[in-house]
Design a protein. Structure first.
Length: 126
């Protein structure tokens, strides 16, 4: 695929996972300074990695949530909670992911993840 095809495929997947509202807001916040970054992440993360046939979107969401907990990427974690729900994960499954992370990433990381997820679910009436 050429860059434009990767960008279009990435945009489609990004919208499917994160939702139109989030992507539209992100696009509205694009500046001359961050435009190259947004283009890069759309083509490479969303257009290349998320498009690969080896894993479905649901599995990719499990991985992203787990890595965000393990590395303390709380903004991305909250963003990808919505993506995980959009990709078919339930709140119960997300809870199980966080319990698994407690064993392998740390209890403090999982504790914080439960706080973040609980706030996210409450804010979104879930």
């Amino acid at each position: 695929m050429d860059d434009e095809a990767r960008r279009q495929a990435g945009e489609k997947t990004r919208r499917a996972v994160l939702g139109d509202q989030w992507v539209d807001r992100s696009k509205a916040n694009r500046t001359d300074f961050n435009a190259d970054w947004v283009d890069y992440i759309t083509r490479t993360a969303w257009g290349d990695v998320w498009q690969r046939p080896g894993l479905d979107l649901r599995t990719r969401s499990v991985i992203v949530l787990s890595v965000c907990v393990a590395t303390g990427q709380w903004d991305e974690f909250r963003l990808h909670l919505r993506g995980a729900l959009n990709n078919g994960l339930s709140k119960e499954e997300i809870k199980e992911i966080l319990l698994q992370c407690a064993v392998y990433a740390s209890v403090p990381a999982a504790n914080h993840a439960f706080k973040e997820a609980g706030a996210f679910f409450a804010e979104n009436g879930l």
